[in-house]
Design a protein around this ligand. Structure first.
Ligand code: GMT
Length: 377
């Protein structure tokens, strides 16, 4: 495989699409490629030093005439500059809006014909795709990209349905860095969090937006708690937080639900957990489910979006219909109270990550796409 110079644009702050883009950049660098992040700030997961990873920050002019600072134009200009100055071979942008459109404009500004790969992550289609002020721009970004990938078959199909682009969309699944996410000893963390050894741990991680249905997570846990001695870890923060805190108070569950806020040490938290709940109404993939499974935590997830492409009922967790907290709790109780079932699903979770979503496999798929693009040019 020839060594390439790859420009990557993504949202650098917390969020699945930025995590995947950054982890991919790191793996590409470890394979000897030169990686240039072109973003509004240094990606938060870029926590190791690499001699062949560079971060180019977009400067936005806040001239007083502008009612809104022109970030998209500034990003396109920076992309053009990096294409020329660094002699890039290709661009890989994550999230259609505005990144795909900026990449196309930047390439044009640079007078270049390098290939553009756009990866769709979910809300760029499932939420923004029905906004009439953005739909045409999303279609344009998809059609003018050279290769378009989606993080699940479900998102690929939804993109065809909602946007109807004249473009082929390939599925490339997400992955986790197995060096961080694996089964390990979490030391005294359980004890430090005030959880007794004989208590089971249920975990939910999200940005607490409405689509995540955290209320259903609380309801499910409420039912589980009536049968199994357990605690619920809520990790993350977002607009629904105060409503959720109120729900927990109303159910008199304050002593059993731990609000941990935003955390970096997710793999340690997963390693004290026995069950992961992801009961969203929209989820193009569900990276947090994969992270948990890599740490040996089986999941209960809704039968929507990309979740059924990760969870196989009875093998590595269970699928339930949206809003069916009774069924979710029934499976939760079964999994947490029957050691044989718990261990089988745990082994299934680890096996699924290793066979279907291994980082080496996904990295190869992206490298093959890049290689194909370079051969075409
Ligand atoms: O879930 C979110 O709200 C964040 C969003 C993002 O853009 O970072 O996540 C999307 O991309 C992730 C990485 O591909 C997927 O794992 C999430 O399922 C997807 N979120 C939704 O579709 C709601």
């Amino acid at each position: 495989m020839r060594k390439m110079k790859i420009g990557i644009t993504c949202y650098p702050t917390v969020g699945g699409s930025g995590v995947v883009a950054t982890e991919l950049g790191k793996l590409l660098a470890e394979k000897g490629h030169e990686v240039h992040f072109i973003t509004s700030s240094t990606p938060f997961r870029l926590n190791r030093m690499y001699s062949n990873v560079f971060s180019h920050q977009v400067d936005v002019n806040s001239y007083s005439v502008f009612q809104y600072a022109p970030y998209d134009i500034a990003l396109a200009t920076k992309i053009a500059e990096v294409i020329k100055n660094e002699n890039l071979d290709l661009l890989h942008v994550h999230y259609a809006i505005p990144h795909a459109v900026c990449a196309i404009l930047g390439r044009h500004m640079a007078g270049s014909d390098i290939g553009i790969v756009t990866t769709l992550h979910g809300t760029d289609i499932t939420v923004l795709g029905s906004d009439s002020s953005l739909k045409e721009a999303i279609r344009y970004g998809i059609e003018k990209s050279d290769v378009v990938t989606a993080v699940s078959n479900s998102l690929r199909d939804q993109t065809y349905d909602l946007i109807d682009p004249d473009q082929t969309i390939e599925t490339v699944y997400n992955f986790v860095d197995e060096r961080d996410y694996h089964v390990k000893d979490a030391g005294s963390l359980k004890n430090e969090l005030g959880i007794q050894e004989n208590e089971k741990v249920v975990i939910h991680v999200s940005n607490f937006r409405k689509v995540k249905r955290v209320g259903d997570v609380i309801e499910t846990f409420y039912r589980i708690r009536q049968k199994v001695k357990s605690k619920l870890l809520l990790v993350g923060d977002g607009p629904e937080m105060s409503r959720i805190q109120e729900q927990v108070r109303e159910l008199k569950m304050e002593g059993y639900v731990l609000f941990l806020g935003k955390r970096d040490n997710l793999s340690e938290l997963y390693n004290i957990s026995d069950l992961k709940l992801l009961l969203s109404e929209k989820e193009a993939f569900g990276l947090v489910m994969l992270e948990a499974m890599a740490c040996g935590v089986p999941g209960i997830g809704t039968n929507i979006g990309g979740i059924p492409e990760i969870i196989e009922s009875g093998k590595n967790g269970y699928l339930v219909e949206l809003g069916d907290t009774e069924q979710a709790a029934m499976h939760g109780v079964e999994l947490l109270s029957d050691n044989e079932i718990g261990s089988r699903l745990k082994a299934g979770a680890i096996e699924t990550v290793a066979s279907k979503f291994h980082s080496s496999r996904i990295l190869k798929e992206y490298e093959n796409i890049y290689e194909r693009l370079l051969n075409k040019g």
